[in-house]
Design a protein around this ligand. Structure first.
Ligand SMILES: *[C@@H]1O[C@H](CO)[C@@H](O)[C@H](O)[C@H]1NC(C)=O
Ligand SMILES: *[C@@H]1O[C@H](CO)[C@@H](O)[C@H](O)[C@H]1NC(C)=O
Ligand SMILES: *[C@@H]1O[C@H](CO)[C@@H](O)[C@H](O)[C@H]1NC(C)=O
Ligand SMILES: *[C@@H]1O[C@H](CO)[C@@H](O)[C@H](O)[C@H]1NC(C)=O
Ligand SMILES: *[C@@H]1O[C@H](CO)[C@@H](O)[C@H](O)[C@H]1NC(C)=O
Ligand SMILES: *[C@@H]1O[C@H](CO)[C@@H](O)[C@H](O)[C@H]1NC(C)=O
Ligand SMILES: *[C@@H]1O[C@H](CO)[C@@H](O)[C@H](O)[C@H]1NC(C)=O
Ligand SMILES: *[C@@H]1O[C@H](CO)[C@@H](O)[C@H](O)[C@H]1NC(C)=O
Ligand SMILES: *[C@@H]1O[C@H](CO)[C@@H](O)[C@H](O)[C@H]1NC(C)=O
Length: 478
């Protein structure tokens, strides 16, 4: 027997023993059985029969979602719902009787969407818990101030509920945590400074709450951090200087939709593993530092809706697939060469970027994959026809407020196109009936003329042209 098959043999024996101990001996600690049956009683709807195997005629260790490792005590309770499918999820409340499951390591009851009630305080009586997922339910009320008693906790998922109030200070006691997911709740107050004690943290997600104040300078003690998600809160002030300490590990930084200000610091150049950077919808100002050229793994870059000025550095990365620099105070003059040569970009938004080129001079390396384009509010002239013909997957094209001049009657749309905003340009000719394949259209403020084809679009989509007529505008003169 070689070492590999020996390992396999040992594994098989362990699995066999496991089966014997969990089902064969018909053992199940009565406390655990009672706790689980009380849990079942708190569930009001179970349309897919997730709990149908839960009855006294079989030992609880064999019930669906229940695991007993090495003894008659339940160590894992795992019943995950399907957010988009209520018919495969549970409704009801979480019975406090689950506190009887004293040996529980893992409790995973997320994604049911319809489990209600306050924070399940019974969790605090289960000090062996290492993994808690009650995310994406409808739990509400404050988090318990003594949540820090769960000192063995490694991963906690509370996201997507309606929890209110502050993040408890005792969170600083959860020093084994590597996943902290509190996003998408109604939490208020500031980030407790004690979070700096979570030195094993890899993923910090507090996005989509109502947290405020500055982002505290907590990052120096978190050398393993890979993901920071603090978007959609009310944070203000500058980036905390200690964030540079996570530069060697950070893959994703989401700070969008806050009220952060100051310049993007030069040390951004040290985040050379960064794949996703979203600073959009803040008040960052000044020039984007040259050091951006060192971010050679960037995949998603969104700096839109800030107060950034000047030119943008010439990146050499070819990994960007999602790029939004819209609505700053950039003066790019043309669509930058490095953007034009990106081989796999599917979203390009450069609205109000001071672009003054002729579209006929733009020859993107790989137009095929574009799904979303927004070049609104520039001074782009020329014809859309050639570019549109080269795209295969385009869903959305926004070029409102430019100087495009071409015959609308000649446009052919990729069959994928759903949204076209050409308003406030110099487009002439007739509106072709093919616009009916679109879901959203705006041709207002151009030089179009002639009878409109029958469409579902409102009058405002056609208003302000030279001589368009017919429904929904006024009838054509005979
Ligand atoms: C109890 O569960 C077993 C195993 O799923 C099932 O075969 C049996 O019909 C159930 N009995 C009752 C009374 O629900
Ligand atoms: C959610 O739970 C309530 C009360 O138990 C129930 O009336 C409702 O049908 C449930 N909704 C879904 C989508 O399961
Ligand atoms: C946090 O840990 C400290 C020191 O170990 C302890 O004194 C305190 O009671 C703990 N707080 C909570 C809420 O567990
Ligand atoms: C957090 O860390 C600080 C400084 O490292 C220490 O003084 C404090 O006792 C720690 N708190 C907890 C709850 O571990
Ligand atoms: C954003 O921060 C500025 C100061 O930097 C402040 O004047 C403004 O009121 C804040 N806006 C919001 C919505 O908090
Ligand atoms: C990019 O990184 C290299 C080494 O990693 C460094 O020498 C250089 O100064 C950086 N460039 C900028 C503009 O920060
Ligand atoms: C666009 O494609 C249509 C149909 O495939 C073709 O008739 C037209 O000449 C093309 N226009 C340009 C500018 O390539
Ligand atoms: C469409 O394009 C062709 C060739 O470029 C041109 O001759 C014609 O005038 C344009 N307009 C219409 C309505 O066909
Ligand atoms: C079209 O754009 C104009 C401004 O450019 C706007 O006023 C109008 O509401 C828009 N109509 C539709 C249907 O989007």
């Amino acid at each position: 027997m070689n070492s590999f098959s020996f390992t396999l043999y040992i594994f098989a024996v362990l699995v066999l023993l496991q089966c014997l101990s969990s089902t064969g001996a018909a053992t199940c600690h009565p406390d655990d059985e009672a706790g689980l049956l009380a849990f079942k009683a708190g569930i009001t709807q179970d349309p897919s029969g997730m709990l149908s195997s839960w009855n006294k005629s079989t030992p609880c260790c064999s019930w669906k979602g229940v695991t007993c490792l090495n003894s008659d005590r339940v160590t894992i309770l795992e019943l995950v719902g399907y957010l988009k499918k209520p018919e495969r999820s549970l409704s009801g409340t979480l019975s406090p009787s689950l506190a009887k499951l004293k040996h529980l390591n893992v409790i995973s009851l997320g994604d049911h969407g319809n489990i209600t009630g306050p924070f399940p305080k019974f969790l605090l009586q289960l000090p062996k818990l290492r993994y808690v997922d009650i995310g994406n339910n409808r739990l509400s009320g404050p988090l318990p101030s003594n949540i820090g008693v769960l000192s063995m906790l490694e991963e906690i998922f509370l996201e997507g509920n309606k929890f209110t109030g502050p993040i408890p200070n005792s969170i600083s006691n959860l020093t084994r945590l590597f996943y902290l997911f509190f996003g998408g709740n109604l939490l208020t107050g500031t980030i407790p400074i004690g979070i700096a004690n979570l030195t094993l943290l890899q993923n910090l997600n507090l996005g989509g709450n109502r947290l405020s104040g500055t982002i505290p300078d907590i990052f120096e003690s978190m050398p393993l951090l890979k993901f920071i998600e603090l978007s959609r809160n009310e944070f203000s002030g500058r980036l905390p200087p200690s964030i540079v300490s996570v530069a060697p590990t950070l893959l994703s930084l989401h700070l969008n939709q806050n009220n952060l200000s100051g310049t993007i610091p030069d040390y951004i150049s040290r985040f050379n593993r960064l794949e996703k950077l979203d600073l959009s919808k803040n008040r960052f100002s000044g020039v984007v530092p040259k050091g951006f050229i060192n971010l050679t793994n960037l995949n998603n870059l969104d700096l839109s809706h800030n107060l950034l000025t000047g030119q943008f550095p010439d990146l050499t990365t070819n990994t960007i697939e999602y790029l939004d620099l819209s609505y700053n105070q950039f003066q790019l003059e043309t669509i930058p060469k490095w953007v034009t040569s990106l081989p796999s970009i599917f979203l390009l938004k450069l609205a109000k970027c001071g672009i003054k080129m002729n579209l006929d001079d733009w020859k993107p390396a790989e137009p095929l994959y574009f799904h979303y384009i927004d070049l609104s509010k520039n001074e782009i002239s020329g014809n859309l026809e050639r570019f549109l013909n080269q795209t295969w997957y385009l869903l959305e094209l926004r070029v409102a407020g430019n100087k495009l001049r071409f015959d609308m009657g000649n446009l052919t749309f990729p069959r994928t196109l759903k949204t076209l905003d050409l308003s406030r340009n110099l487009v002439y000719g007739k509106v072709p009936a093919t616009v009916n394949s679109l879901q959203r259209l705006n041709l207002s403020q151009n030089h179009l003329c002639g009878e409109l084809p029958a469409t579902k679009f409102p009058a405002s989509a056609f208003a302000g042209n030279d001589c368009l007529c017919g429904s929904p505008l006024s009838p054509c003169k005979a």
